[in-house]
Write a protein that binds this ligand. Structure first.
Ligand code: PLP
Ligand code: LYS
Length: 385
């Protein structure tokens, strides 16, 4: 929800830009931290969701670790001051250079996604007289019941090591002198709103942890990934129910006294704290359709074009007016999928009206591109208002 002061401030800034509500971010982080702490759970923030400096600084200050998916993210996490013991490196395609840099930086662990990657990390660690801590990312074949394009834990997905490869994985771990097995890792998908799927995940985590322990390994870390969704239809009910989320794991995971439970939340922490603020360039009233053409497009926020994702769209120049007209709200990019919403009910809208596209804090600014040689999208926070 924007105050009159916010909107007056926006009208002085060049659009389009991401606007971050850092107070809301802080409240969300504190709620998550407290809920996790009550079960002694550890959270590594999934940096891929948003690596804007303003956001990362708040997250680091609360005390979360960083879950990184590229050498660039590892470097950034260390540069903004996350402790190396709190940096985890995941990803299905780590390059040799990225692995070497992470080894040199002595990060906490690698979440390993294939048998070949285990061999490569062992070789690269041996060449440097290092011991690499590894957690095995297991593909548990659990359906996250989310959009197919953001499901990661089914047999047909590219992520993780499949259950039938566990004997080979155990053998490799035993024969690899430069690997230290610390635990198991899972991530079944993103924007999960049906919390019941996490019960299925917990059952699989329990089975795999028992399997590794039966085969002579000590499983110190149970990393269950992230994926908690947000309510894109109600951006003003902003803080996800972290208590209910963590309670599922507290109730259904079998945790031994020497084990730690790790989470990698992204979207739930940052999703509601930003909006993309854009301006109406043109209004086109056709016979079949009315169009609003914005100065932001899929180059600034790709989710609708990529996953037909819903984001609430508001004309914040006319908040008091009735939503009397239906518009297709589109961007300036030369692609027909460059559309933020079809038949969106809005007040009658005019050139230069400010439009807010809500819930854009996660996978928004970080997925922006230069397609059509667009300028890099700007960002501001309420602290500058
Ligand atoms: C391995 C891993 N961990 C954590 C996340 C964070 O997911 P989310 O933003 O849905 O919490 C992702 C992205 O889906 C991921 O691939
Ligand atoms: N980028 C996706 C989520 C993918 C999560 C990364 N594993 C989104 O915008 O919803």
């Amino acid at each position: 929800m924007f105050s009159d002061k916010d909107i007056a401030h926006f009208s002085k800034l060049e659009t389009p830009f991401y606007y971050y509500d850092l107070n809301l971010l802080e409240q969300t982080l504190n709620a998550c931290y407290a809920a996790a702490k009550s079960h002694q759970f550890h959270v590594h923030y999934a940096m891929k969701a948003n690596f804007n400096d303003m956001v990362l600084n708040k997250i680091k200050a609360v005390g979360f670790g960083a879950d990184c998916v590229s050498g660039g993210e590892v470097d950034k996490a260390l540069a903004v001051g996350f402790a190396k013991e709190q940096v985890v490196f995941a990803g299905v395609g780590k390059s040799d250079k990225e692995i070497i840099d992470a080894l040199e930086n002595d990060i906490f662990c690698f979440n390993v996604e294939s048998l070949q990657e285990l061999e490569v990390i062992n070789e690269l660690a041996a060449a440097r007289q290092k011991i690499a801590k590894v957690a095995i990312r297991i593909n548990p074949n659990v359906d996250a019941h989310t959009h197919a394009n953001i499901t990661t834990g089914l047999d047909e997905n590219k992520f993780g090591i499949n259950s039938w490869d566990m004997p080979a994985c155990a053998a490799l771990l035993k024969s690899s002198a430069n690997l230290e097995f610390i635990g198991i890792h899972f991530h079944i998908g993103s924007q999960i709103t049906n919390l019941d799927v996490y019960k299925n995940l917990c059952n699989r985590v329990n089975e795999f942890a028992a399997w590794f322990e039966d085969h002579g390994f000590t499983v110190k870390v149970l990393n269950v990934g992230g994926g908690l969704g947000i309510d894109y239809h109600n951006p003003n009910q902003q803080i996800p129910d972290f208590t209910a989320y963590f309670k599922i794991f507290a109730d259904f995971l079998e945790v031994k006294p020497y084990q730690e439970v790790h989470f990698e939340l992204g979207r739930a922490l940052v999703g509601q704290c930003a909006s993309l603020i854009t301006k109406v360039l043109y209004v086109k009233n056709g016979k079949k359709k009315n169009f609003i053409v914005l100065d932001a497009g899929m180059t600034e926020l790709m989710r609708p074009a990529l996953y037909q994702a819903y984001h609430l769209i508001e004309n914040i120049s006319r908040l008091a007016a009735q939503a009397s007209t239906k518009y297709d709200v589109v961007g300036p990019i030369c692609e027909s999928t460059d559309c933020f919403g079809k038949e969106v009910p809005l007040p009658e809208s005019f050139r230069n009206d400010l439009i807010a596209i809500r819930s854009a804090g996660a996978y928004g600014e970080v997925m922006a591109s230069h397609y059509n040689l667009r300028e890099q999208v700007r960002s501001y926070s309420g602290e500058e208002a």
